[in-house]
Design a binder for this molecule. Structure first.
Ligand SMILES: CC(C)(COP(=O)(O)OP(=O)(O)OC[C@H]1O[C@@H](n2cnc3c(N)ncnc32)[C@H](O)[C@@H]1OP(=O)(O)O)[C@@H](O)C(=O)NCCC(=O)NCCS
Length: 218
């Protein structure tokens, strides 16, 4: 079984560790986090240091996954690692309690947690996070660095742009398009298209304000 490292050793990393362990495709070599002391651990997996550690153990490490919840921060780290270690693959993690239907595809680095559903022929981009019970129905297109929080649900033929967030319990009806860098607030019901660079919430969801790329939402 190939060794991988997990970037990030916070609360989100615990869930990623769980998905990787239960999927059983990779062995977790350890965690990398420049903000945590070397030697601390999560479920017995040690924090080994920062990304420099890869250079020193490149032969043993065959892949990596980024366990950072914020979409923009995850993208910055992915870009930095890709630049420094261009031949190090980003792997996916899919909890065995998730369902990936026929024809559905996941981009590299994407994490799918327990109870999530990716239905028929839906395409999920790179480095996305589908939290527990997130559900995307058939023929949808989800960009890169997108988060679907726990319980976020879409109908079929939905589009979500890069870096966008469907927060806790959001519902999106079929065939709606959501732009990039947009945050749909918790509990919203999206009945019509919402453009990019916006924060929207409510039932029906309406745009409350504009939003810059990288603005914090967690
Ligand atoms: C939408 C959100 C990002 C906040 O956006 P914001 O523009 O910073 O909003 P503020 O917190 O300044 O609140 C502004 C107003 O909108 C209201 N509001 C905020 N979020 C709302 C929501 N989801 N639904 C309805 N009203 C909301 C606030 O109560 C406040 O109302 P007031 O002016 O009457 O006091 C945040 O409320 C949210 O829903 N976050 C998602 C949390 C989540 O799902 N976390 C898990 C991620 S994995």
């Amino acid at each position: 079984m190939n060794n991988i490292v997990i970037f990030g050793a916070g609360g989100h990393a615990k869930a990623v560790v769980d998905a990787v362990e239960r999927e059983g495709r990779y062995r977790i070599f350890g965690l990398l986090d420049s903000h945590k002391a070397s030697g601390s651990d999560i479920y017995g997996y040690r924090v080994l240091g920062n990304e420099q550690y890869i250079a020193e153990h490149r032969e043993e490490i065959k892949g990596c996954i980024i366990a950072i919840g914020d979409n923009w921060t995850r993208a910055l780290i992915a870009a930095r690692i890709a630049l420094r270690y261009p031949d190090l693959p980003f792997v996916t993690a899919v909890h065995p309690g998730a369902w990936i239907a026929r024809g559905a595809k996941l981009g590299q680095g994407t994490v799918v947690m327990a109870g999530a559903v990716v239905n028929s022929d839906t395409l999920i981009g790179e480095h996305c996070i589908l939290y527990p019970k997130a559900s995307i129905d058939h023929d949808s297109r989800i960009g890169d660095y997108v988060t679907l929080a726990p319980g976020a649900t879409t109908g079929g033929n939905v589009t979500v742009g890069d870096y966008s967030v469907l927060s806790l319990g959001v519902s999106v009806i079929h065939s709606v398009s959501i732009g990039e860098h947009t945050v749909i607030g918790a509990g919203a019901t999206v009945l019509s298209d919402i453009g990019g660079y916006a924060v929207a919430y409510g039932t029906p969801a309406v745009i409350a304000r504009s939003r810059a790329a990288g603005e914090r939402y967690l």
